[in-house]
Design a protein around this ligand. Structure first.
Ligand code: AMP
Length: 440
């Protein structure tokens, strides 16, 4: 065995059984493996379970610094064997209590992106229970690489092959479809996916099928270099950025027709819009076959259409709706906001104010469907720059129309046009009458 050479950091965690013994045993046994020397270890500390799903016991966490001659995959094999020895059941995707969890954080300065191992660990910098022990060991966390840049893939076949490799390796795969020009709203989707999945693919594709002939397909903002920076910072594993010709070859002629939630509101104003959305999302689902796909509540009607389409076509995919991210003044973030002129930008806050005003009326006891809609319209009417397309109150979830009369909840949806900037901008917003757990 050559002299141990590479400095490696491994995170340890346990939230099942005798947690302290599991961590200490793992360190002791690592030190007994030929080719591994334990240099030092951090103290162990408690951290609350912060994942999704049912509540779990708190974790005990720490980090150990090793010097090793083992190649990365051999070291990973040792870690997996120690997890199994501690009683961890594998494969078990998702969050579940575990007697021992060993994650290779860094392997020297190497960036590794193999089926079984991604180093630097994609989420190390997002976890205080990793950052704190690293600091204790004197690691300059600000100087450490976040992770390898995401792999950029253009041909659909190559993207499908990459996702297949992940799936064959037992990874939980998350897909975040976008049209690029990424902002903090998109970033939140990527970060949620990053927390919940082993591999995250973002797609960046301005989909011509969902634009009408008079709409802004050609002028839609595009910034692939900026988008790749956002994806890299969020720890995305791969970015699928095909050209239109790659997605739709010249003979392309099959579409997914959608009804139900696709009628009314955007569906009434933008002929074939949701047909185009459903078609591209179905195509992305078929290529990636993810376990989970992430969409924003910002486009609530789109989310309802995709949920229904996923169910109707039998895609075994969990569609995750993510809360709306807003500017400090309440404007929902959108790639098209850059086209608002200064006066329209100032006026645009009226959408959120109008929705909040109706929600406040609901909280005070107003239950009339039409009275709540009238409340939104009254506030919108105070802003002459906003040309209102619609205001609706629909059932939460599937956005089914609500009959007139009293309501016990629901979601208000609004669209308005602003025309003072470089080009007209349509803004969409929505708000549940009952605040969600993540909303202010
Ligand atoms: P787009 O690039 O506009 O197609 O959006 C891609 C995804 O990001 C969609 O699922 C949107 O609903 C979501 N999204 C866009 N803006 C926001 C926002 N402000 N907050 C949360 N999600 C958003």
């Amino acid at each position: 065995m050559p002299a141990p050479a590479t400095i490696v950091h491994v995170a340890l965690g346990s939230n099942e059984g005798d947690r302290h013994r599991h961590l200490q045993d793992a360190i002791d046994r690592l030190g007994l493996v030929p080719g591994i020397e334990v240099v030092r270890r951090s103290s162990f500390r408690e951290s609350r379970f912060a994942g999704d799903g049912p509540a779990q016991p708190d974790y005990l966490n720490g980090v150990v610094e090793l010097r090793t001659a083992l190649p990365p995959l051999a070291l990973l094999g040792v870690c997996k064997a120690l997890e199994a020895r501690a009683g961890r059941r594998l494969p078990a995707p998702g969050n579940h209590p575990r007697p021992l969890d060993l994650d290779v954080l860094f392997y020297g300065d190497e960036c590794i992106d193999s089926r079984d191992l991604v180093v630097p660990h994609p989420r190390w910098h997002l976890r205080e229970f990793v950052l704190e022990p690293l600091r204790e060991l004197g690691v300059d966390v600000a100087a450490r690489p976040r992770r390898a840049a995401p792999r950029v893939v253009e041909p659909p076949g190559e993207f499908a092959a990459l996702c297949s490799t992940w799936l064959a390796g037992g990874c939980v795969v998350g897909l975040v479809p976008t049209m690029g020009a990424l902002h903090d709203g998109h970033r939140s989707l990527l970060e949620i996916a990053r927390r919940e999945c082993d591999r995250v693919a973002a797609t960046i594709f301005v989909n011509p099928l969902q634009f009408g002939p008079d709409e802004d397909f050609a002028a839609y903002p595009r910034d692939l270099a900026g988008d790749l920076r956002v994806c890299a910072a969020a720890g995305v594993d791969a970015v699928f950025a095909p050209s239109v010709a790659q997605m739709y070859d010249p003979g392309f002629c099959s579409h997914v027709a959608v009804g139900g939630a696709a009628s009314g509101m955007e569906g009434a104003l933008r002929a074939d819009h949701f047909r185009g959305v459903a078609t591209v999302v179905a195509r992305l689902f078929a290529l990636a076959r993810p376990h989970r796909a992430y969409f924003g509540e910002k486009d609530a009607q789109q989310l309802a259409v995709i949920r229904r389409m996923t169910r109707d076509l039998g895609f075994p995919i969990h569609v995750v709706g993510c809360p709306i991210v807003r500017e400090a003044d309440g404007l929902a973030m959108s790639s098209r906001n850059v086209y608002l002129g200064p006066a329209d930008r100032a006026a645009s806050t009226v959408l959120h104010r109008a929705l909040c005003s109706a929600r406040a009326a609901f909280a005070r006891g107003e239950r009339g469907r039409d009275a709540l809609i009238a409340r939104v319209r009254a506030v919108l009417a105070t802003e002459p720059r906003a040309a209102v397309d619609y205001v609706e109150l629909r059932a939460e979830g599937d956005l089914a129309p609500l009959p007139p009369g009293p309501v016990d909840g629901g979601r208000l949806l609004v669209a308005a046009r602003f025309t003072d900037g470089a080009r007209p901008v349509r803004l969409l917003d929505n708000l549940s009458l009952v605040p969600g757990p993540l909303e202010p």
